[in-house]
Design a protein. Structure first.
Ligand code: PHE
Length: 337
């Protein structure tokens, strides 16, 4: 047997192993070459007839042959075994699958996105502001009197440097108007902070969406039209809204806005305390003093602003009775949304 014969034999063996179509055929290849009475042990016996010059090369080739073929058979055996359990004959289609829990967005995020999309269809764009604010942006520029209770340390978190955690999203109005000329049409969702003791309807950290629209000749009727559209998009075509007079330092006139109760459609039930209405947001016409703070000419432009609590709307839409559910991150609760 020459070295070339040996090399040809090796190529043929590896080819057979590669082409083996199942575990049985593969075992046949193994027996043919590697078993005790197989071809390779016979080749080893040939070694003594090989010339002294060729012997080292011949010996090395036989060894490589054996190792490579054994390795290839082993890998292929593993492949056959694996396909047998996942897709081959051993796979039982009637076995129940393994449920991999799917994550979802947090209900607060879902409702924020929904509210944002509704206003985006009306041409509002999203503006952002920081959670840590100056007293000027959060109160002074918004026409809040020096003795207004919301400024109290009992109500607002102050930082050591005199800044504060914003207690509403309204300072974003101030920031935006300081940087942009009218017309302005923005909404601004974000976190707010108040020193409330947590209970079923209060949380020291919550979310609001602010809205601001400034241009020439913007009127209370525009505010009402905008919020009616919003109400219908959020709650369905039959919802009605009403304005109740209210007071905010930064709007004049100011209103609180109610939607007809989503449970009884305005007939009166336990959820709306028999009034037929649910309070949803605060709004009003931007006070001229606010325009003055940000350098707008209040003889030229008017505008409306509104602010709503996202937790409150989320709880109403989903029938959640305790705001704390939204913060405890219990997967049994969150996975329902
Ligand atoms: N900032 C007010 C609040 O937190 C809501 C509001 C915003 C009212 C804009 C009027 C206009 O209660």
């Amino acid at each position: 047997m020459t070295l070339q014969d040996l090399i040809d034999m090796k190529a043929a063996a590896l080819e057979k192993a590669r082409n083996a179509e199942n575990a049985e055929a593969l075992e046949g290849v193994r027996i043919e070459y590697l078993a005790r009475k197989g071809l390779l042990p016979k080749v080893m016996q040939e070694l003594k007839n090989v010339s002294p010059e060729e012997k080292p090369m011949f010996g090395k080739t036989v060894n490589d042959f054996k190792n490579e073929l054994a390795e290839r058979i082993k890998t292929k055996q593993a492949e056959f075994a694996a396909s047998g359990t996942s897709a081959g004959a051993g796979f039982d289609l009637t076995q129940p699958g393994q449920w991999q829990g799917l994550g979802t967005r947090h209900p607060i995020t879902q409702i924020t996105d929904r509210i944002t999309r509704i206003f985006q269809t009306l041409g509002f764009t999203v503006a952002d502001g920081p959670d840590i604010e100056t007293v000027w942006n959060n109160f002074d520029a918004l026409n809040t009197p020096a003795d207004h209770p919301s400024r109290d340390e009992q109500d607002t978190f102050y930082l050591n440097n005199g800044d504060l955690m914003r207690c509403h999203t309204s300072p974003v109005q101030v920031r935006y108007m300081m940087e942009h000329k009218p017309p302005v049409r923005i909404i601004s969702p974000g976190r707010c902070y108040r020193r409330d003791t947590p209970d079923a309807t209060h949380s020291a950290n919550f979310h609001q969406v602010e809205g601001l629209y400034v241009d020439e000749n913007v009127s209370l009727a525009d505010l009402k039209g905008t919020l009616s559209y919003f109400a219908r998009e959020l709650m369905g075509p039959n919802v009605k809204i009403r304005f109740r007079p209210h007071f905010f330092p930064f709007t004049e006139p100011s209103v609180e806005v109610d939607f007809t109760c989503h449970v009884c459609n305005g007939k009166g039930c336990r959820v709306c305390k028999n009034s037929g209405w649910i309070e949803i947001l605060g709004a009003g016409m931007v006070d001229p003093n606010v325009f003055q703070s940000v350098g707008y000419d209040s003889s030229k432009v008017t505008g409306f602003a509104f602010g709503m609590g996202i937790e409150r709307i989320t709880m109403i839409l989903y029938g959640i009775h305790d705001i704390r559910n939204l913060y405890e991150n219990d997967v049994r609760f969150l996975s329902q949304f």
